[in-house]
Design a protein around this ligand. Structure first.
Ligand code: NAP
Ligand code: ZN
Length: 367
């Protein structure tokens, strides 16, 4: 038995925001949630403001979202939305602003207060008195697939890690995919995010919860990434390759909405939390060591779709495009395994995972 649930409407193609103005407007007063530069550099912010002004919809811009959004900042975003009287959200950016929007949408509708029945960390319960504000998404990176997942991954300083919440109303109503918005990505961000999409696809395919519907999308997504491996190495992107990579990323998001991720992600969160290593790069460091223990036929199918002849070839490719940006000690890796072994997605792995195995995967990947 398997279930398939993906309620987000996807509108894809060049000019999709300007040509579908009505789909962008979900209320009377918009909050645009974006990062410091992603909205402006991608060109998406200009398009959105044009549509809102053209339709006489008042709006406020919240462009304070940092990479790897932190939970307290999300509550501040929610307060800002309430104070401005915003009743819907337009999220523009990479996974950070998209995930931030999902949390801001919850906090805008449910003010966290001590002893009120809804406090800051209750967001992880996934069940709220008031529905989160409705949202649409415009991704400007091609990696997280957050535009089609119900997950929002937040940084928690008290637990020294990142943790995701999810709720039925955290899916975006509509996702607008315009490959031109990713054309100006810095090359290393384009590489990191593409590797994140690759990991979502492969972790979905090797996951205990893989199904015929997710398998189909995985192989399609990996073929697209495989076709663009050369561009990701050399950086000679054009609108077509950006459009393709964005679609592969969205496919990865649809896949993990059904299957979830695996230890590649939960172990990767520690590399991001403690060493500030970008999300996709962190996953890419760990992927091959995880795959060495997975079902050989499934791994071979993934490699085949990517157009690579062996796991060693994938490792060599990832080493080429993902530079080492930090040093690690054995003690750090043991400490991180104490945190990552508690993650929910340990249970989704295709083989039994112990803390010792996580330490081994960390060591083989990073030392
Ligand atoms: P990101 O943190 O959103 O962005 C990385 C960098 O790229 C930022 O400096 C950003 O600038 C810049 N940027 C974004 N779009 C740009 C553009 N078009 N042109 C120029 N610069 C641009 O990176 P991400 O990898 O997309 O997202 C990572 C986050 O997503 C992590 O927190 C991760 O945990 C989460 N995630 C969520 C899911 C999910 O299912 N919800 C899945 C995987 C990962 P500014 O910050 O200045 O705007
Ligand atoms: Zn990811």
């Amino acid at each position: 038995m398997f279930k398939f649930h993906m309620p987000t409407k996807v509108i894809a193609g060049q000019g999709c925001v300007l040509e579908n103005q009505g789909e962008l407007i979900l209320g009377k007063h918009a909050l645009i949630v974006t990062g410091k530069s992603s909205g402006k550099k991608s060109g998406a912010l200009d398009d959105v403001i044009f549509v809102l002004e053209n339709n006489k919809i008042p709006y406020h811009v919240y462009d304070k979202v940092e990479n790897n959004p932190e939970i307290n900042d999300m509550a501040l975003g929610g307060k800002f939305a309430r104070e401005c009287g915003c009743d819907f959200i337009i999220a523009i950016g990479g996974g950070s602003p998209l995930d931030a929007s999902k949390a801001i949408a919850v906090y805008a509708a449910n003010e966290p207060k001590e002893n009120s029945g809804f406090e800051l960390y209750d967001i992880f319960k996934g069940n709220y008195k008031n529905k989160p504000l409705p949202m649409v998404a415009i991704p400007t990176t091609a990696g997280t697939g957050s535009e089609v997942t119900p997950y929002s991954i937040l940084t928690l300083h008290n637990e020294k890690t990142k943790k995701s919440f999810t709720c039925v109303d955290s899916f975006f109503k509509t996702a607008f995919l315009d490959g031109r918005y990713t054309l100006n990505l810095p090359l290393q961000v384009a590489r990191n995010t593409a590797v994140d999409a690759m990991c979502h696809l492969i972790e979905g395919y090797t996951n205990k919860k893989a199904s015929p519907s997710s398998d189909y999308m995985v192989l399609e997504g990996l073929k697209i990434i495989g076709k663009n491996l050369d561009k990701l190495e050399n950086g000679n992107f054009d609108t077509d390759s950006c459009t393709e990579l964005l679609w592969a990323s969205t496919l990865g998001g649809i896949v993990i909405s059904q299957t979830g991720t695996t230890i590649v992600h939960s172990m990767g969160y520690q590399l991001t939390y403690f060493k500030d290593i970008p999300h996709g790069m962190a996953n890419g460091y760990l992927l091959c060591e995880y795959l060495k223990r997975a079902d050989k036929v499934r791994v071979a199918n993934c490699l085949d779709a990517l157009g690579l002849s062996s796991l060693d070839k994938l490792l060599a490719y990832l080493e080429k495009i993902l530079p080492r940006v930090a040093d690690f000690t054995e003690n750090e890796l043991v400490e991180w395994s104490n945190i990552s072994i508690k993650a929910r997605n340990v249970a989704s792995c295709p083989y039994p995972v112990t803390q010792d195995l996580e330490i081994e995967i960390y060591k083989n990947s990073l030392l």
